[in-house]
Write a protein that binds this ligand. Structure first.
Ligand code: GLN
Length: 303
């Protein structure tokens, strides 16, 4: 097996060769001032090792990456009934697009665009207080990561709530179609808070191990469900950039506007990258490039 530490160090230093870092997500004021010129990467292997390089100790806002965890929990609660409320098809549109929601009568295309994740959050919320649902989500992530030092950043959640007009529009439209069980503000409060979970790439790579399906790694969902979560990550995890990501990286992945990406090598490894500058699809620019290089160097692909 090639020397993973050497490869990660090489990729990490290569990321600083050009200044083309992309743009940070300015629509969440609390995230708008982050320096884009940062890069960290970590790999948790099926053998139980953790390798990291670059800015691997800086916690960042994982944002939409939590949609994988909330989907896993929502499926655990609702089973296949969940698919009556949300689809499983790539959207080909931006993560916060509203147009398809009207065309499809309030059933979002997939659980990884915002509208779909608002529905899965509503399912996880059930009819309990938001703090109980959030405690379950945080506990799920902590068990997956094997660390209790993972928290929600309340300032980021408050910042999104204050400037979240688009998500409020999506939630109210869902409600108008009868696809929310809770008042929009309650479901959205829960959504903004789980999006504001913070982790380092080390913690995120560890948390992703539940999607690898290898003996000795945390088993939080069944093997069949792991495959299905990975299938959705591959087809929908990068919004209208999902095809490009599959072409360049060849692995299931889920991005967030905080600049993180979680990618899975089934049976072998969980990879987390972070670089806050985004490409035009809202996915980490250098993070995607680094994953493409790592997959090639390690000969990792699902194809
Ligand atoms: N909380 C963010 C939003 O709703 C998540 C989006 C993302 O990471 N792509 O806009």
């Amino acid at each position: 097996m090639p020397d993973l530490d050497q490869i990660l160090n090489r990729i990490s230093s290569q990321m600083h060769d050009s200044d083309d870092w992309g743009e940070v997500a300015g629509y969440i004021p609390e995230l708008a001032d982050i320096d884009p010129a940062q890069f960290g990467i970590a790999v948790a292997t099926a053998e139980g090792d953790l390798h990291a390089a670059g800015d691997a100790e800086i916690p960042f806002s994982v944002q939409s990456i939590t949609k994988v965890f909330t989907l896993a929990i929502a499926l655990g609660r609702a089973g296949d009934q969940l698919w009556q409320r949300v689809g499983r098809e790539p959207s080909g549109r931006a993560f916060n697009s509203i147009v398809q929601l009207e065309q499809e009568q309030g059933r979002p295309r997939n659980p990884f665009i915002n509208a779909g994740a608002i529905v899965t959050t509503d399912e996880v919320l059930g009819n309990r207080p938001p703090r109980e649902a959030l405690a379950e989500i945080v506990q799920f992530v902590r068990s997956a990561a094997g660390s209790d030092d993972i928290h929600i950043n309340d300032a980021v959640a408050a910042s999104e709530t204050a400037f979240g007009n688009r998500n409020f529009a999506l939630a109210h439209f869902l409600a108008s179609c009868g696809n929310l069980k809770n008042p929009p503000a309650l479901t959205l409060g829960t959504y903004f808070h789980h999006c504001a979970l913070e982790m380092t790439v080390r913690e995120l790579a560890m948390a992703g191990r539940f999607l690898v399906d290898a003996p000795g790694l945390p088993r939080l969902v069944s093997p069949t469900r792991i495959r299905r979560l990975n299938a959705l990550m591959l087809t929908c995890g990068h919004y209208d950039g999902s095809g490009d990501f599959a072409y360049r990286v060849g692995l299931p992945g889920k991005s967030g506007v905080g600049g993180g990406i979680l990618a899975i090598v089934p049976g072998r490894a969980s990879i987390a990258v972070w670089s806050p500058g985004l490409n035009r699809y809202g996915n980490s620019q250098k993070g995607t490039e680094a994953l493409a290089r790592l997959a090639r160097a390690m000969d990792w692909s699902v194809f």
